[in-house]
Write a protein that binds this ligand. Structure first.
Ligand code: PGA
Length: 254
């Protein structure tokens, strides 16, 4: 059984005070019984990982980074390593987000190095893939997603299905209010699972594939009701406790 997973991607938002307040509100707002069905994590900007790792220690909410560099240490000004994330007890790290691909030129081969480096430290990468609008309109969704999945996971070995999470995030749905229909998303998720099976066999049945792109309290239930949609990567709606708590609740069917 794949446990539903909801991760809030805060992107470049919040001051330190606001970040601490939001997490305190989540710890109060999320009912303890919901965690049986839904795993929850937050991905704040790097600068808040340290204080939040303290606040979240011993709680059911996991911590995720939004990016990483692949080297362990060295003269790489401005970068953060998987070793540092491990030290702060990050359980997850988002990699290959479309905003990193678009604004910072991240390529599948970079994503691959990040995935390997994270797995070697015992941090689970949340690998983002997804097509752009023009690619969807040209009927190239599967081609694009297949290229990204194969590029990001080339030669990657996993020991357990919990070593990796995939997030399907159609670029046209991110921050736009346009959500993929549950059926359209399901088709891509099922396709991704087949790709994972071709790499890792039966382990793929237990790997979680999240949907991302304008997930809100009122659409999350119909998305996670699909057989291969195992949760959500939530941007805008994770910035307010009220909406994120509601998403966790509805994702669990409470
Ligand atoms: P959104 O972002 O929920 O604001 O569309 C999702 C994401 O980019 O992960």
């Amino acid at each position: 059984m794949r446990r539903t997973f909801v991760c809030g991607n805060w992107k470049m938002h919040k001051t330190a005070k606001e970040a601490l307040l939001l997490v305190k509100q989540l710890l109060i707002g999320i009912d303890a019984t919901w965690y049986d069905k839904v795993e929850v994590a937050v991905a704040p900007p790097f600068v808040y990982l340290f204080p939040l790792s303290r606040l979240l220690a011993g709680t059911p909410i996991g911590l995720s980074a939004q990016d990483v560099f692949w080297e362990g240490e060295g003269a790489f000004t401005g970068e953060v390593s998987p070793v540092m994330l491990k030290d702060l007890e990050c359980r997850y790290c988002i990699v290959g987000h479309s905003e990193r691909r678009i604004y910072f030129g991240e390529k599948d081969k970079d994503v691959n190095k990040k995935v390997r480096a994270l797995i070697s430290q015992g941090i689970t990468p949340i690998v983002c893939v997804g097509e752009r609008l023009e690619e969807r309109e040209a009927g190239k969704v599967k081609e694009v997603v297949e290229g990204q999945i194969k590029g990001a996971l080339d030669g990657v070995e996993i020991a357990s299905p919990s070593d990796i999470v995939i997030a399907y995030e159609p670029v046209w749905a991110i921050g736009t209010g346009k959500v993929a229909t549950p059926e359209d998303a399901q088709e891509v998720h099922a396709f991704i699972r087949e790709l994972l099976k071709s790499m890792w066999g039966k382990l793929a049945d237990e790997i979680r594939i999240l949907y991302g792109g304008s997930v809100k309290p009122d659409n999350v239930a119909s998305l996670v009701a699909q057989p291969d949609i195992d949760g959500a990567l939530v941007g805008g709606a994770s910035l307010k406790a009220e909406s994120f708590v509601e998403i966790v609740k509805n994702a669990g069917g409470f």
